[in-house]
Design a protein around this ligand. Sequence first.
Ligand code: BEZ
Ligand code: FE
Length: 274
Amino acid sequence: MAAKQIGDPRLTEVVEDLLATLRGFIRKHQISHEEYRRALAFMIETAEKGEIPLLFDVFLEATVDQVDAAGRDGTETSVEGPFYAPNAPLMKSPCVLPHRASEPGDVLLLSGVVRSTDSEALGGAMLDMWQSDAQGAYSHFNIPEDRAPWNLRARVIADENGRFEVQTWVPSPYQVPKDGPTGALLRGIGRHAWRPAHLHLRITHDSCETLTTQLFFTGDPWIDSDVVGAVKQSLIVTLNKHQDPADLLKRGFDKPYYTISYDFALPRLVRKAA
Ligand code: BEZ
Ligand code: FE
């Protein structure tokens, strides 16, 4: 008699439940053979067009983030999304993010302190930052790499007191890519594709849990209807406008600029029992 196969317990539990959920869903909605084939064709097209990360991050990542963050202290988390690129240039605070000679939009100075949730300043914390430009485009994805390598992306090292000061540009709201299957599905279910403007941060320090989060801006037209559902109230900040001519002259800016001050708190590492 063949020996009974023993699978991975966690994988077995979630896959069996996923299958039971999907079978129940098929019965509940009386899914026809034609609809089943259409769903398969949609998944094949999504894979062929390289949109699997986009599709999953648009529809599911915010829920994974909520589940993962339950009971976590410190600054609230938000989704990473599909536009992160590892190994961005390393820079020491204070610094200016890599940008084009005539970067469009308004200058933004972001500053603050990275601490642990027990209030120790985290000297040398690393803030991996990425964002869209003022026209809603991300380097590596929709700005050709040869024209803007690492545009508005960097790994910024905070000083010995956990303090960081970064010059960047105010991002704009943007629509997640609409021309492929993910966009077609959003249209098909009557949803728009807009995300409110945001800055992405992934903050690390040896003694703490990684914080992946985003900062959003007060008054953004899409703040209450993010297609991804990733906005959290504590992550909405106000852009302070500065237009004093003497200050602008001193800083070498030819138009008003904006500032945000925001401190981050990271929970201590949870040491898992061996
Ligand atoms: C983003 O933050 O850029 C993003 C997140 C999830 C899906 C699509 C985009
Ligand atoms: Fe984004």
